[in-house]
Design a protein around this ligand. Structure first.
Ligand code: PMP
Length: 440
């Protein structure tokens, strides 16, 4: 697979197990050996020189030898690594009661009510899962049952998770392979021109193709910050015509909020709100409980009723008391500490710094994003430059900053630190990026 055709999402910044390991510390070599023995080929590690982490605090991660790394990669611990309120909530609940949701208990209802209060009117039913993949899997089933159709439309480098069904709607997990017969893709809403009109036009063509081939159209599903496509945020509102076209064709619009949700885009709680649309189904995961496995699906009564009557749904661990307690603590932190406006402020500060760098470093082709979800696109001679992204990622690691890449070509630096990131941290990032780009 060449970089020009597409990068498998798990290959981005991956450790190459076949490389000589003599330069790595003895303890790291020993751990690598144990990992290889236990996990074999499913083991995925970041970096040419993998990190051996032992502890964390706020926006910092610490290695075994005491080296601290600024975390610009991890959006799961969104209210901070080892957030004291979350840690307290989890431990107190674990010491009291932790069981599945077929009995009544308070904390899950406190959480469900508080979560649903963040959604627009009509989106007032929730089901809890443990992961984003499970949430999207359920959303596909809801759409198929509601429409009686099985065709789905996604963006060209979408990633929606790891079950069989969601892998089939995740082109970034299967580069070089044809799309599954019931799936069509549209171009990522990135680049020059009217991205809203192009997305709408592509979607209509994709729907027509699904219908012509007898699959019919069940839903258009989009990550509303288009993270694996390489981050797309502007102009705000560009998703609205596509969502309307999906409905006009008798299908649903599913917003995958696993990446942008919980305030990350710095404008209210949900990525879809920047686009002025109300989805039929919303899926959530990652930052929902700051690292405790918790995901969710929010939808309308009519859709949830049809789904439940047809299939029923039970998830042993989804929304259990410990997960719900963690989820409640996360919402309290976001609200009480003003983390959405912090995302807008610090994200805006980073964007300014990146624009200034783009004026001085010709390797930067574009900077874009919203709040604390930003992308820096690298180019060389007008073409995507994943090799630059890779050098920058490893160069930043050498300067004790952790970051990752995204995009069809793997040439977009993905900036999505914990939401408690401050301007002083942003300055460390910009200075280091400047130094790495100057040195390369
Ligand atoms: N949707 C999106 C947009 C994602 O980025 C991911 C995870 N990277 C998922 C769904 C799947 O979530 P999980 O890994 O929790 O199953």
């Amino acid at each position: 697979m060449t970089a020009a055709v597409g990068q498998r999402i798990l290959a981005l910044n991956a450790f190459d197990a076949s490389r000589p390991k003599g330069d790595l510390p003895a303890a790291t070599q020993a751990l690598l050996q144990r990992r290889q023995k236990a996990f074999g080929p499913t083991s995925v590690l970041f970096y040419e020189r993998p990190l051996h982490l032992v502890s964390s605090d706020g926006v910092w991660l610490q290695e075994a030898d005491g080296t601290r790394y600024l975390d610009v990669y991890n959006n799961v611990p969104s209210v901070g690594h080892c957030n004291p309120r979350v840690v307290r909530a989890i431990s107190e609940q674990a010491a009291k009661l932790n069981i599945h949701t077929r009995y009544l208990y308070d904390v899950v209802h406190d959480y469900a009510d508080r979560l649903l209060a963040t959604f627009p009117a009509g989106l007032d039913k929730v089901a809890f899962t443990c992961t984003g993949s499970e949430s999207n899997d359920m959303a596909l089933r809801i759409a198929a049952i509601a429409t009686g159709k099985c065709g789905f439309v996604v963006t060209e480098s979408a990633y929606h998770g790891n079950t069989w069904a969601v892998t089939e709607i995740s082109p970034s997990s299967r580069p070089g392979q044809p799309l599954a017969p019931h799936v069509r893709s549209v171009r990522a809403p990135i680049g020059d021109g009217d991205v809203a009109a192009r997305l709408e036009e592509d979607l209509k063509a994709a729907i027509a193709s699904l219908e012509a081939d007898g699959h019919g159209f069940a839903a258009f599903i989009a990550d509303t910050i288009f993270s694996s496509d390489g981050v797309a945020a502007d102009p705000a509102g560009f998703l609205a015509p596509a969502a309307a076209a999906a409905r006009a064709a008798g299908g649903l619009f599913i917003a995958d909020e696993v990446q942008p949700g919980f305030g990350r885009t710095g404008h209210r709680m949900w990525g879809f709100e920047r686009h002025g649309v109300t989805p039929d189904v919303v899926t959530m995961g990652k930052p929902m409980a700051n690292g405790i496995p918790l995901g969710g699906v929010v939808s309308r009564l009519d859709l949830m009723r049809e789904f439940a009557e047809s299939a029923g749904y039970f998830n042993t661990f989804g929304g259990n008391p410990v997960a719900s307690a963690a989820g409640l603590a996360v919402l309290a932190e976001i609200e009480e500490r003003g983390l959405i406006s912090n995302a807008a402020d610090v994200g805006g500060h980073i964007l300014c710094g990146l624009r200034e760098l783009a004026g001085r470093h010709e390797a930067i082709g574009d900077v874009r994003g919203a709040g604390l979800y930003l992308g820096v696109e690298f180019v060389a001679d007008g073409a995507p430059a994943p090799q630059v992204a890779s050098r920058v990622i490893n160069g930043l690691r050498d300067r004790h900053i952790l970051i990752g890449a995204a995009g069809r070509h793997g040439n977009v630096l993905k900036i999505r630190p914990p939401l408690i990131f401050e301007r002083q941290h942003a300055d460390l990032l910009i200075e280091a990026l400047d130094a790495v780009l100057t040195a390369q």
